[in-house]
Design a protein around this ligand. Sequence first.
Ligand code: PLP
Length: 396
Amino acid sequence: MNAPLAIRPMAFIDLLAQRRRLGARIDDAILEVVNSGAFVMGPQVRDFEAQMAAFGAAERCVSCANGTDALALPLMAWGVGAGDAVFCPSFTFAATAEVPPWTGASPVFVDIHPDTYCMDPASLDAAITMVKAQGRLTPKVVIAVDLFGQPADYPAIAAVARAHGLKLIADSAQGFGATLQGKHPLHWADCVTTSFFPAKPLGCYGDGGAVLTNDIELAELMDSLRVHGKATAADIAAANFTHDPKYMAMRIGMNSRLDTIQAAILIEKLAVFPDEIVARNMIAARYNEGLRAHVDAVPSVIADGVSVWAQYTIETGDRDGLAAHLKTLGVPTACYYPIPLHLQLPYRDYPVAPGGLPVTEAKADVVISLPMHADLAADEQGRVIGGVASWRAARG
Ligand SMILES: *Cc1c(COP(=O)(O)O)cnc(C)c1O
């Protein structure tokens, strides 16, 4: 009897492959910070912010400690609070809906588009109209999510937000670098937030986040809020302090800075990010080609959109069967997101769009994500595709 073939385990997101590819560039960047002693708000933080702003076609980038704080900073800067409504999808990571309650505001959950899994502008419009008619909450902000890496339908979402006089945040934690009609989401949104959690398309070696905006006043306020409400240049000009303004707190803020070491790492990662986006799109195209015949749906990206493929997510009515089969072949899978937020305990009592969220609930039952990262080798990807095909063949 033959010994069973050894199964080479495969990473879902292979961060160490990228680490090997970048090698000494990362080592040198980290060592430079360590030897400089400028661990907090060192020069690399400002350099990285300038490079991020240039990459994202933004006037300003304010870095912070993580992608969750990046959502909190604009809400705090705009004075969002008790009695306000913040409209967001339910088919997203918890952070999107978690932050409005920090301020006292209420999330209002909106349904998604069945093809892209991103916010449905018609459901958004209906939810805002409903909240206005009820008169209990004041609509203030829309948070659209670039789910799995693709841009939300910003032209339509921004039109709804503007028509109702609301601010628009693009939660681009998964989609930073994605474009629509050749433009970044900031073209339509008041600000773009992102996360540098290691597994995100542009990740660091710990936690980090950033907000991009063209609104200089908003950027100044967020710069103050991330350092305990410190005095801004405008505060100092207006206040006529008789002492060093360094320890003047002008507003309730927080401590949310990007570590200098992370900024130094991100400078190296941002330099190769455009090539990685190209690589991710080639891998996604190969998946589409190889999988289309075997699953209920391969991903569909909005027209004129470019995804950065945080996830490659397919649909099947038997995802548990597929996951179990792939596991025997050493291929990991993941399910984002099995229970939509509006059905989870902390979020159950918040409002949802009129008619509920039928698309969100249907998609949560059928999506499954396959290994995806810029260093996914063709033979490894072949194993994934072959595994899905053999599962399909066995099912008949
Ligand atoms: C990861 C993520 C966040 C939060 O980022 P952290 O850096 O983990 O705080 C927010 N929104 C979405 C959609 C995310 O995927």
